[in-house]
Design a protein around this ligand. Structure first.
Ligand SMILES: Cc1cc2nc3c(=O)[nH]c(=O)nc-3n(C[C@H](O)[C@H](O)[C@H](O)COP(=O)(O)O)c2cc1C
Ligand code: SF4
Length: 617
């Protein structure tokens, strides 16, 4: 039985969000949580209550993975489907859940109480296989635990009565550098920056050479300066805690263990650019951190580190937490801002850039969680200290999320310039076949390149470092990544929307052993189109897993092809049987030989005369 919709409660919820259309995503998340879905009547009600077009409400619900137009039930399970979860047996977990719960994947159970599906990486790769149930994570699954979960659901036992240790998320800090080893006392960085004044502090950030830790490596000081100098009614500070790149989970650790430093860095940003409002955009998969983050904010307000008159000065700034609703593309900063404004997370056309036209088209800075922590350290220790580690073009340290075939998965902090081999040795990797640096959108390297370094000038990464030993089928890895991009494409531009589907079909064909060399040239053509013509970074990098492995591991592809020559998928000659019967011809020239020339054109070898050419399709 589905709970009846209580419109009084909906009204209270709407009032709590001031019936503000900018809060649309937040309102829909709350309703999804309470009712397991947002049916037509509710969508209509919300559209009227917020005075927004019904199409906007419907469009938002359809866009995000964790919102649904249909009511999915009281228990909603999403099994994490990153390649590392696959390697740890998530398919057996899925099968156990489906059997024990008597439900079909991705369809609500007939009694409307249970829903089970896969989702992209949940950011728990160091302790997979993992799942989310009503947004709460359960890690280190095995089939026994999956059966126990199903029993609890079948007995309709509320989640709060389940063993609390099932919901524990561990933080494994393996190699600590200045960030992980530090105890940044709340307020210390702020005091240091306030003593310097905004201009001198910004100068320190500039001298430190700090580059954004979200992946692209843009100079933080430059971003902050452009934003500060841009005219606007208000300036905004945004922290990108979307952390959707498969294999990345270092921001989860920072938000869990170093939330004060993250908020302190955001406050420093506000001090420099003159912002009064900040937002931390927290990925839906990390909603379990929400109470802890809200409590940290409340404590900081009580300690006068946030709010009005910060540290007794004429400086007002506060931070709201906005939840994502499941969309990898929402990590792209302009898409993130769309989501903050209550819309579908579709990347904006740029320029203009966020620094001048961000939230509500006002000057804004958007930085990664780790970048903000680094600014707090720079405030305390200064630029020269920061420059002591790292390389000339990549100063400082980088937090890495190490997972896959290693004995010690977890968070490793190294100065930029560290070699891949050093990380493999430290994490207990052996017999390594390949490392995926920077997630699916990054680079796949093989042992010959393990002396390469993690840095913006060599192997750039937002933090993901996934290891695959010799036992792994790398084509399955590529398949998982390619499916990921196809599932996450927002559909806004055709090259990405269609191209990611074509790449998915190609890799499926290759893995199933029904492809020929022709597939490989098709991949190259599609990849070129999607890379050069896509609107945002998702499409531009979606072909990387295929291209990298084709370049470095071509034999694994060739070994899977049915033929190194082109074999048409359609028997053209066979299709002409009826035509031959009708025309009463069965001589050699009435037949088509199915052999192609180098351009893929059919050559009629049945005739002694010069070959007739025709397109294959
Ligand atoms: C598809 C896509 C997803 C992204 N996801 C994230 C993310 O989860 N976290 C992040 O910090 N940056 C992400 N980025 C990069 C952001 O657009 C932006 O560059 C970053 O937040 C800037 O912060 P930084 O300068 O501190 O690195 C993503 C970019 C793209 C194209
Ligand atoms: S490249 Fe893909 S994700 Fe980016 S805007 Fe186009 S369709 Fe959306």
């Amino acid at each position: 039985m589905q709970a009846a919709i209580n419109y009084q409660r909906i009204n209270t919820l709407l009032d709590a969000h001031q019936r503000n259309p900018l809060q649309l995503v937040q309102i829909l998340i709350a309703i999804q949580h309470e009712y397991g879905g947002i049916p037509a009547a509710l969508r209509d009600y919300i559209a009227k209550a917020l005075n927004v077009p019904l199409t906007q409400v419907h469009g938002v619900v359809e866009f995000y993975h964790f919102l649904s137009t249909a009511r999915l039930g009281k228990y909603r399970i999403y099994v994490s489907d990153n390649i590392t979860d696959r390697m740890l047996g998530n398919e057996a977990i899925m099968q156990t859940l489906l059997t024990e719960l008597a439900v079909e994947r991705s369809k609500p159970r007939t009694d409307g109480r249970v829903f089970v599906d896969y989702t992209s990486c949940t950011g728990l790769c160091d302790q997979g296989p993992a799942l989310l149930i009503n947004g709460r994570p359960i890690t280190r699954l095995n089939t026994e635990l999956a059966k126990a979960i199903a029993q609890k659901i079948n007995a309709d036992q509320p989640l709060d009565s389940w063993p609390s240790n099932w919901f524990q998320v561990e933080e494994s800090l393996r190699v600590a550098g200045p960030v992980l080893a530090s105890r940044i006392e709340p307020g210390r960085a702020l005091q240091a920056a306030l003593a310097m004044g905004p201009e001198r502090f910004l100068k320190q950030v500039d001298l430190s050479g700090l580059r954004g830790r979200g992946g692209a490596g843009f100079r933080t000081a430059l971003k902050w300066r452009v934003s500060r100098d841009a005219p606007g009614k208000a300036h905004y500070v945004i922290c990108n805690a979307d952390e959707g790149e498969p294999g990345t989970f270092k921001d989860r650790t920072l938000l869990t263990r170093f939330a004060d430093a993250v908020f302190e860095g955001m406050t420093l940003g506000a001090y420099v650019i003159g912002a009064q409002q900040g937002f931390l955009y927290l990925r839906a998969e990390y909603a379990f951190l929400y109470p802890h983050l809200v409590a940290t904010l409340a404590r900081r307000r009580a300690e006068r580190l946030l709010g009005k008159g910060i540290l007794g000065q004429d400086f007002d700034f506060d931070i709201d937490i906005h939840l994502g609703a499941g969309a990898y593309v929402a990590g792209e900063e302009s898409a993130l801002i769309e989501s903050l404004e209550g819309k579908r997370a579709v990347p904006r056309t740029r320029p203009p850039y966020t620094a001048t036209h961000g939230y509500l088209n006002q000057p804004s800075i958007c930085n990664n969680v780790e970048t903000y922590v680094k600014t707090a350290l720079i405030a305390i220790h200064g630029a020269s200290w920061f420059l002591e580690s790292g390389t000339r073009h990549s100063p400082g340290t980088k937090l890495l999320s190490v997972s896959g075939d290693v004995a010690r998965p977890g968070i490793y902090e190294y100065p930029f310039g560290v070699s891949v081999q050093t990380i493999l040795d430290a994490s207990g990797a052996s017999n390594t076949q390949a490392v995926q640096v920077g997630g699916p959108s990054g680079t796949c390297i093989t042992p010959i390149e393990f002396s390469r370094s993690i840095s913006f000038e060599d192997l750039s990464t937002g933090g993901s470092f996934m290891v695959f030993n010799q036992s792994r089928d790398m084509l399955r890895v590529v398949q998982n990544f390619t499916h990921f991009f196809a599932g996450e494409s927002c559909g806004f531009c055709s090259p990405c929307r269609i191209g990611t589907q074509l790449l998915k079909q190609s890799i499926d064909k290759i893995v199933s052993g029904s492809a020929t060399t022709r597939e490989l040239s098709d991949i190259a053509e599609t990849a070129n189109c999607i890379k050069t013509m896509s609107h945002c970074g998702l499409g531009q990098t979606a072909a990387n897993p295929l291209l990298d492995t084709l370049k470095r591991m071509r034999p694994i592809y060739e070994a899977r092809l049915t033929s190194l020559d082109f074999v048409p998928g359609f028997d053209l000659d066979g299709a002409l049987v009826t035509a031959r019967q009708l025309s009463q011809r069965n001589d050699a020239q009435a037949h088509l030989g199915q052999i192609c020339d180098e351009n893929g054109c059919l050559i009629n070898t049945s005739s002694d005369q010069s070959p007739s050419r025709g397109p294959t399709s």
